[in-house]
Design a protein around this ligand. Structure first.
Ligand SMILES: [Zn+2]
Length: 330
């Protein structure tokens, strides 16, 4: 779809057609206008950085000097917030007034996110990534977007057969169009520099017939530190990212699919070797997230992990020198 699409023209698609065919046609038209050819600022760049493996490690020297990456002074910090949105996901990265947000929680949790941003004095998001169009990731997006300016929006381009016809997705598409914004398709290798934060898209590597596996996978680099966010990507999608044969080491990993046993495969954990893991899930959720298999893997690897269902909001304060963890509930 993105290959054939143009920048949004501003025309408004008001027609309504009956039946599922009509709904799909409306979505197809909206997507046609929304997905733009916007190229990210940089040419794709693969990094060979090796983040520090624990919080007290001295700053690894080989990343910040690379010319294609924005340079963060070693003493600068990035705050990473895993916002407690119940059963869903929303994470926020802030450095020197610049912001990246990945996902915006379930329908009805937009207010929680708006309040969180207000407390931090954040009035706009420079880069928003909707990992995939399930309601626990984009449900709160429209509510947040009515108050907070999303300057750039990235979402995956879904194969036609699985483009959702949900009101949640339609609401988001309609609002994006209403606000005169467009969606940038996520392509592997695309990079975005937001202040001193650098984001590289690592997935989806292929086209899948399952929405979770179409999740945008992001590696965020700040100075010598790296954070991996895989949305709800499951085993097949994780394997494809591993198949890229790039360095996946990251200091912090947000457990894929809310800590489900269908994600965070041992193969991935062995490549990422995170120093910390954050799990975003709701208390006593009906899926049983996080699954005990995931917790057992993390415990076997002695990786400290934090859970929004038990710890509330989780904040990591990240610099080359240290990673501090602040929990709303201990
Ligand atoms: Zn999810």
């Amino acid at each position: 779809m993105a290959q054939n699409s143009k920048k949004k023209s501003g025309s408004k698609n008001g027609q309504k057609m009956g039946g599922i065919g009509g709904i799909i046609a409306v979505i197809a038209i909206v997507l046609y206008f929304l997905f733009s050819q916007n190229s990210p600022a940089d040419t794709p760049a693969q990094t060979n950085s090796v983040p520090g493996q624990n919080a007290s490690a001295a700053a690894p020297a080989d990343v910040a000097g690379q010319s294609e990456l924005p340079v963060a002074a070693p003493s600068e910090t990035m705050q990473m917030h895993v916002i407690d949105v119940g059963q869903g996901s929303s994470s926020l990265f802030v450095s020197n007034g610049k912001t990246i947000m990945i996902d915006a929680g379930e329908n009805g949790t937009g207010k929680t996110i708006i309040n969180y941003l207000n407390k931090l004095g954040i009035g706009s998001v420079d880069l928003f990534i909707g990992t995939h169009p399930h309601s626990d990731h984009i449900g709160g997006m429209d509510e947040v977007m009515r108050q907070i300016d999303f300057k750039q929006i990235i979402m995956p381009t879904m194969p036609k057969s699985i483009v959702p016809t949900t009101n949640t997705y339609l609401d988001v598409l309609e609002l994006i169009q209403e606000q005169g914004k467009s969606i940038t398709a996520a392509n592997v290798g695309d990079t975005y520099d937001i202040g001193a934060m650098h984001l590289e898209v690592l997935g989806p590597v292929s086209t899948y017939n399952e929405i979770n596996n179409m999740s945008v996978v992001s590696m965020i680099t700040f100075g010598a530190r790296r954070v991996l966010v895989t949305g709800d990507a499951e085993k097949a999608a994780e394997r494809a990212v591993i198949g890229l044969n790039i360095d996946l080491k990251a200091d912090i990993y947000i457990a894929g699919h809310h800590g489900s046993s269908t994600a965070s495969t041992q193969e991935l954990l062995d490549k990422v070797k995170p120093s910390y893991v954050a799990i975003s899930c709701g208390l006593d959720n009906k899926y049983g997230h996080p699954h005990k298999e995931t917790i057992q893997k993390l415990e076997a690897m002695k990786i400290p992990y934090y859970r929004t269902d038990l710890n509330g909001n989780i904040e990591f304060i990240i610099s080359d020198y240290s990673i501090q963890v602040e929990l709303e509930k201990k």
